[in-house]
Design a protein around this ligand. Structure first.
Ligand code: ATP
Ligand code: MG
Length: 579
């Protein structure tokens, strides 16, 4: 492809709203443009990377026995009323009416549509199992669309849905998708981890997220440091703390009150009392489904809201309002503590607090804290011990006991066993071998296709631009012609273009009348894995220069025998990408 006849509007500056590197580079490299908040146009170069991504997904989904289909994007409200989600799904669901005043929505996901399809078509166990997938535009009216393609409102998803006759079949479908996903992300040349995710009501090991490791990731992952010998990894949301904390019974001096004027936060209290957050208790007050709840954690720990929600079996957990705090503690916000709390029937304490017996805590009195608080001696309310905090680096791996590391990741895929959630609600049944009616067991499997392109860049870039892994690069090779007016140089470029194209390589041939500096900058910005530079000086010495974009390493190849020299060198570029 000749650049002069193509459309790659590269930019020197990133847009002002771009916070993350993938957003900046995708726009600067002329791959995407913003239409409006969270909605982007794919320009030709971007589209090629997107198509590569789709092809890898298709290939592996087909190989795993899933069958491609395409479901409508506009969905009638009735289906969502059937599943019960018309009311439950919040404002992310974009709803609208047609000319007959009927309600519709734009599909944020397709469980309803697919279940509706199969409940009408599948009658017998003989027609199952089935796994249907599509690659399609989704719409979610996200509260905070941001980071470009990473969290868009309109985005491309691959979603698959499996239907099985029994649990064993459903588990097999799940396992086969889990393997397919690993093959997909490996084929893309991405450094990723499948991590255990929260599987809600289904329980068991039946929800995994696929995380591309990148420092800019929105998700925190707890992963065993002993990788790859131990492959355990989980979203921090669900990483259990497997430590047997024993009650510390070191004698604690008598509790005393200390003035802490206007010191509300743990940090302020620590500064003021010259102590460390690990010796302070953090007392958090919530209203969970209408019930006041008190939670205790070590001052330097973070509450894990998912663990708390599971423990309380609550749907709605909100921080107590300043008035509610006042009612429970008799003090303004910032001075709550476990001793003398009102209006709660117990205290939920993180198990780690057993490991200490001499704490600093709020006194439930304005501008006051207490020192030498012993939970077993000074708290009258019953204490329920539970695992309530987020895992931190150094906690033991629940699988092998070696220390955990905390990494950041970008969720590019999510697989989930649904069980009969939708098939029950929407009556998707079949007749088994004995003619008995049974409910189909479902699974759903998503990949954020457009997010993959962004995640790939978050993992592969430098100060000059993108470093595309060969598998997702929009073209294989950038051929830079330094002097299109020089017949010898242009002739050599034409010959290289023809030779490499004939071998099946996709060549982006920069034949523009531009300064070399502009062309080099653009080549690094776009980041195709291999660059070839042909110029008059080089040719005079009988050489053509090549550059491996990943390493930045430049090599001179003989112009006379370019084709075979290139092919050996190009293999080293590809090998360099193998992890
Ligand atoms: P998230 O926690 O990031 O909001 P989700 O749990 O809502 O994701 P799913 O409903 O499981 O996501 O969707 C499947 C996949 O679609 C996700 O793993 C993610 O890669 C992608 N995805 C979800 N929301 C968006 C979005 N707003 N923009 C781009 N991709 C998205
Ligand atoms: Mg979401």
């Amino acid at each position: 492809m000749r650049w002069s006849r193509y459309y790659i509007p590269t930019l020197k500056e990133a847009p002002a709203d771009a916070e993350v590197v993938s957003h900046k580079l995708l726009v600067r490299a002329g791959m995407i443009r913003k239409l409006t908040s969270g909605i982007y146009t794919w320009l030709p170069l971007g589209l090629r990377a997107l198509e590569k991504t789709k092809e890898i997904i298709r290939r592996e989904m087909n190989a795993a026995g899933a069958i491609e289909t395409l479901l409508p994007m506009v969905q009638p409200a009735e289906l969502w009323q059937d599943s019960g989600r018309w009311k439950k799904y919040g404002k992310e669901l974009l709803r609208f009416k047609d000319r007959h005043d009927r309600d519709y929505c734009l599909g944020p996901t397709h469980e309803e549509v697919i279940t509706d399809l199969l409940r009408g078509e599948v009658k017998s166990y003989r027609q199952l199992p089935l796994n249907l997938y599509q690659i399609q535009t989704k719409f979610r009216d996200e509260v905070r669309p941001r980071f470009g393609l990473m969290r868009g409102r309109e985005f491309l998803m691959k979603d698959a849905y499996s239907f099985d006759v029994d649990d064993a079949g459903a588990n097999k479908s799940y396992a086969s998708m889990k393997e397919a996903y690993s093959r997909i992300f490996s084929s893309m040349g991405l450094d990723f981890r499948p991590v255990e995710a929260d599987s809600g009501a289904i329980g068991g090991n039946f929800s995994h997220e696929f995380m591309v490791l990148a420092e800019t990731g929105e998700d925190a992952i707890a992963a065993c440091s002993n990788w790859p010998d131990c492959t355990w990894a989980a979203n921090v949301e669900r990483a259990p703390i497997k430590i047997d904390f024993e009650q510390d019974s070191t004698p604690c001096p008598a509790m005393e009150f200390v003035d802490t004027p206007a010191r509300h936060s743990i940090e302020e209290v620590c500064d003021f009392l010259k102590t460390d957050a690990s010796s302070v208790l953090k007392t958090l007050l919530f209203i969970a489904d209408g019930r006041p709840v008190a939670v205790l954690l070590r001052g330097d720990r973070e509450l894990n809201e998912i663990k708390l929600a599971h423990l309380l079996d609550a749907d709605d957990i909100q921080f107590a309002s300043p008035e509610q705090v006042q009612a429970m503690t008799g003090a303004p916000v910032g001075f709550a503590g476990p001793s003398g709390l009102k209006g709660v029937d117990r205290i939920y304490a993180d198990r780690e607090l057993k490991a200490g017996n001499d704490w600093i805590a709020g006194a439930n009195r304005a501008d006051t804290h207490v020192r030498h608080l012993s939970l077993i001696r000074d708290v009258k309310l019953p204490i329920e011990w539970a695992d309530l905090r987020n895992a931190v680096a150094g906690d033991p791996c629940p699988c092998c006991g070696k220390p955990l590391e905390i990494k950041r990741g970008i969720e590019v895929g999510h697989i989930f066993k649904l069980g009969t959630k939708y098939s029950d609600a929407m009556h998707a049944v079949f007749l088994d071998e004995n003619g008995k009616e049974r409910t189909m067991i479902m699974g759903c499997y998503g990949i954020g296709v457009s997010r993959v392109v962004a995640a790939c860049i978050e993992q592969n870039f430098d100060e000059h631009g993108i470093k595309f892994p060969p598998q997702l690069a929009p073209f294989d090779v950038q051929l830079v012609c330094l002097d299109p007016r020089n017949a010898e140089v242009a002739g050599m470029c034409d010959a290289i273009d023809a030779q490499l194209s004939a071998r099946g390589l996709e060549v982006l041939y920069d034949d523009r009348e531009e300064r070399p500096g502009v062309k080099f900058k653009d080549a690094d910005l776009i980041g195709l894995p291999a660059q070839i530079t042909v110029g008059g000086k080089g040719l005079a010495q009988g050489v053509v220069e090549v550059k491996d974009r990943r390493t930045g390493e430049k090599t001179s190849l003989p112009a006379a025998d370019f084709e075979s020299a290139f092919s050996a060198w190009y293999q080293t570029v590809l090998d360099g990408w193998k992890r």
